[in-house]
Design a protein. Structure first.
Length: 587
């Protein structure tokens, strides 16, 4: 098996060769990336440095030759069971992976198509992470319990208007409270950082503080936005892994192992380092403040902030192949579209592509990234935020990203609701083919939770969208094509792509989404009523049949009891037989 074919192993947790090629096309508008060209001569020279499998005396060559002989056309007449041949073919492919791994180790260190080169002067820091959890009516008790268990009011020097968190929650969900309030400030034990009214806890080692803000949407939906401030060591952890020299590795998992060259090892290990910080934040949230996403074992919506030392993504310049691979290693792919906000100048919003960044598993994951020097130079941007530029930028983003992160979380809510309705629909016949009270109770509980949450959240979100953005301190993100594409369009006379409001598109999509799910919910509730009525009728019929047989059994028991009852020292049966005997004798 060749090095290129090994990259296409379907059991790997990395993208296939096709995925890599499609990713290059996406980020290069279908053209070959700048600065790097494929050389067939160089590829063949590298490939021939290691003999093909079965052509040497390495530990896997002899088993491979034996398996190849057993799979030959002559031996297929002897080895007839198809499953045995499939197992031998699997063993052949398994052994070939080790040959690919040996070849990867011999590959040129300066081949940019098989390595990731990070510019030595380039660095990336991650000062903050945001995680959002939602609490619709079905999860209200979970939020109340989290507030009780956390006891976050314990060290507050003052409580506004004499109200604690539970009182704020009660008023807000009745439509009489604030639109948002500070739920808790938690600092790591032993940390030198000081926060007013903060409590001290044993946080995960990567985090210095966690700040929880409750955002009230309408009356029935509360969102909790958690801002995790990373320690200086954790903020540089991704950069350290990014700059490490990653040698070829064998990645084991389900199915076949995968022979990773230096490039794929860099992709996986660097993205894994970023994901580890995400997992720590999501895990803490699921443990200390579980809500809607945690109840379905789904990842909560997450945004992180990454600050570059040299590269400025907001310039929109075409990225060459080597830098594109380096950026892909930390999870940023594609340079066609730009999503920016005038309220967050110098920062780009980029979703994590789960296909091109498999190790990140980017479900509901977004990145805010920009250049540290550019952001620090914006007049008045960081004024009054302290001398720590990274954390100052993070706190500016924290002040302005709150409502938008909740909007993203609402889309996540709708995704899960749609999935749950689909499960109810697809399992309805198998689960309710025969009437059973337990199955009907399951359907009733599922629809009660889904229907209650959906109708309540739909009403609350409509009110949320009607607010004036500026009065609510919301920000608007605009999606536009990258400047380098605009320049090409202008030079070639092509029609320019029209910028669109991501916020408005989310609003319209969510409106249609709610309408579709509410219609489905209404249909399912009608079906539930029909199933319940038919089930009750069938149950009544079954009970009547049981009652009839019970009456017959009771009659039989009564007859037997009567026959054997004592009448004048004789039971009825004996007396009846005596009477018949006398009648026959008289005849």
């Amino acid at each position: 098996m060749s090095d290129e074919s090994s990259k296409g192993a379907p059991v790997s947790d990395e993208p296939s060769e096709d995925a890599e090629e499609s990713g290059d096309k996406l980020s290069s508008s279908g053209q070959e990336k700048q600065g790097v060209k494929f050389s067939p001569e160089r590829f063949q020279d590298n490939y021939r440095r290691v003999a093909d499998i079965g052509e040497g005396r390495r530990w896997y060559d002899l088993p491979y030759r034996v398996v190849s002989w057993l799979l030959s056309s002559r031996m297929r007449r002897v080895i007839r069971p198809q499953k045995l041949r499939e197992r031998l073919a699997y063993l052949s492919t398994y052994l070939a992976v080790f040959n690919d791994h040996e070849r990867n180790k011999k590959w040129d260190l300066d081949d940019p198509l098989h390595n990731v080169r990070v510019p030595p002067q380039e660095h990336v820091h991650m000062p903050g992470i945001w995680v959002v959890e939602l609490f619709p009516p079905s999860q209200f008790s979970s939020l109340d319990q989290a507030i009780r268990k956390g006891d976050w009011d314990r060290h507050r020097r003052w409580i506004y208007d004499g109200r604690d968190n539970r009182r704020y929650l009660e008023l807000s969900r009745s439509g009489k409270g604030w639109s948002w309030w500070r739920l808790a400030d938690i600092a790591q034990k032993g940390s030198k950082i000081w926060l007013a009214d903060s409590t001290r806890e044993d946080l995960p080692e990567a985090f210095e503080t966690v700040q929880l803000k409750a955002v009230q949407i309408g009356a029935g939906l509360t969102a909790v936005v958690a801002f995790f401030r990373l320690t200086d060591t954790a903020a540089r952890r991704l950069d350290r892994v990014w700059h490490e020299k990653h040698e070829p590795r064998l990645a084991f998992g389900k199915g076949l192992p995968r022979a990773e060259d230096r490039q794929w090892a860099s992709f996986r290990l660097t993205q894994k380092a970023r994901r580890a910080l995400h997992d720590a934040a999501r895990g803490w949230m699921a443990e200390r403040c579980p809500g809607y996403f945690s109840s379905y074992s789904e990842p909560q919506p997450l945004l992180d902030l990454l600050l570059m030392n040299e590269f400025d993504p907001t310039k929109g310049e075409r990225v060459d192949r080597e830098l594109a691979d380096a950026l892909r290693a930390i999870g940023f792919t594609g340079d066609l579209l730009h999503t920016t906000s005038s309220d967050l100048p110098g920062i780009l919003l980029s979703p994590v592509d789960g296909e091109l960044c498999r190790a990140l598993e980017g479900k509901r994951t977004w990145g805010l990234w920009g250049n540290r020097k550019v952001l620090a130079a914006i007049p008045g941007y960081l004024e009054g935020r302290g001398n720590d530029v990274d954390h100052a930028i993070a706190h500016v983003a924290d002040d302005r990203i709150r409502s938008f992160s909740v909007i993203l979380a609402i889309s996540g809510f709708l995704e899960i609701a749609e999935s749950e309705y689909a499960k109810l629909r697809d399992s309805a016949r198998a689960r309710h083919h025969t009437f059973k009270a337990s199955r009907l109770n399951y359907l009733r509980r599922s629809l009660l939770t889904l229907s209650l949450d959906l109708t309540s959240v739909a009403r609350d979100v409509q009110e949320f969208w009607k607010r004036n953005w500026r009065e609510a301190h919301d920000i608007e993100f605009i999606v536009d094509q990258a400047p380098w594409i605009s320049q090409e369009d202008q030079a070639l006379g092509r029609e320019r792509f029209e910028a669109t409001s991501m916020t408005s598109e989310l609003r319209e999509r969510q409106h249609k989404w709610f309408d579709k799910l509410i219609t489905a919910d209404r249909d399912y509730r009608d079906i539930l009523s029909t199933v319940a009525a038919l089930g009750a009728s069938a149950d009544t019929y079954k009970i009547s049949r049981v009652a009839l047989w019970a009456a017959i059994a009771s009659l039989a028991i009564a007859a037997v009891t009567l026959l054997f009852a004592e009448v004048k020292d004789q039971n009825v049966l004996s007396a009846l037989l005596s009477w018949l005997k006398r009648v026959l004798e008289a005849q």
